[in-house]
Design a protein around this ligand. Structure first.
Ligand SMILES: [Zn+2]
Length: 260
């Protein structure tokens, strides 16, 4: 799908005089006009950011799809055409922000941290992390709230280095032999991700939005604790984060009871 031309965009998003274009829409119009004249990578990336701003202004989910501006499917067309830009931008955030934060925290050992973030095409919110491999789904790439995307990538990276973190804390990462232990790994990945993110500004965004995170993570499943349980442990960790190694030991050694 190609990016619509500015002319086509204006025609297909046009409404009557009672629906004036919002400021955030005007900024998106401008970005498309600039891109239309000069199809550079920078202009394309700015266009993607302005579209993301407009989407967030419509709501936290897919409310934008029902906007009257999308009646002729032109916003959807633009959104689909910019999908590779969103993917590249999250990959760049991994190499430029998240991975360096993990390196600074001392986890660039034994090849646990992959050089690049992998992305799979599932539109579900999903991911995978193991030593040397970190992946998130297109569902995460498409999440409009940047701090949630960052948290998801930091969490999967937490899985990748969990065994090193446990070693440093003087314990071993529990082997995933049962559902309860799998849930421990989820908590460990959350805490490690938060520990590292506290050194970059996105960590504070997560702490300030734990109720949103809790809802985003949902009810859980046999392998995943509920969002409420995960947010609660992150909150406890944040309030007592000088004792990071204690926290890790307690979770890894099954000494934390969250009704798992
Ligand atoms: Zn996980």
């Amino acid at each position: 799908m190609a990016i619509p031309t500015y002319k086509n965009w204006i025609e297909r998003t046009k409404q009557d005089a009672f629906h004036r274009r919002s400021d955030v829409l005007r900024l998106l119009d401008e970005a498309l006009e600039v891109y239309d004249k000069n199809k550079s990578k920078v202009n394309k990336s700015r266009l993607s950011d302005r579209l993301n701003d407009w989407i967030k202004a419509k709501g936290d989910g897919e409310e934008w799809k029902d906007s009257r501006r999308n009646k002729k499917d032109v916003v959807q067309e633009l959104y689909d055409a910019l999908s590779p830009v969103r993917e590249d931008s999250l990959k760049a955030e991994y190499t430029q922000v998240i991975r360096p934060a993990y390196v600074n925290a001392g986890y660039d050992r034994e090849g646990a941290l992959p050089a690049d973030l992998s992305v799979d095409q599932s539109l579900q919110i999903d991911g995978l992390g193991s030593p040397g491999f970190v992946q998130v789904s297109m569902g995460v790439v498409n999440e409009p709230r940047d701090w949630l995307r960052t948290f998801a990538v930091a969490h999967e990276t937490g899985h990748a280095v969990a065994y090193l973190v446990c070693q440093d804390a003087g314990t071993t990462a529990p082997e995933i032999l049962s559902y309860n232990v799998a849930k421990r790994h989820e908590h460990l990945a959350d805490l490690i991700g938060m520990h590292v993110l506290m050194n970059v500004h996105q960590g504070a965004d997560v702490i300030n939005n734990l109720n949103i995170l809790s809802a985003w993570l949902g009810y859980g499943d046999p392998q995943h604790p509920s969002g409420a349980q995960r947010a609660e442990l992150i909150r406890r960790f944040y309030n007592d984060r000088v004792h990071f190694n204690n926290f890790i030991r307690n979770v890894a050694d099954l000494h934390v009871n969250l009704g798992l």
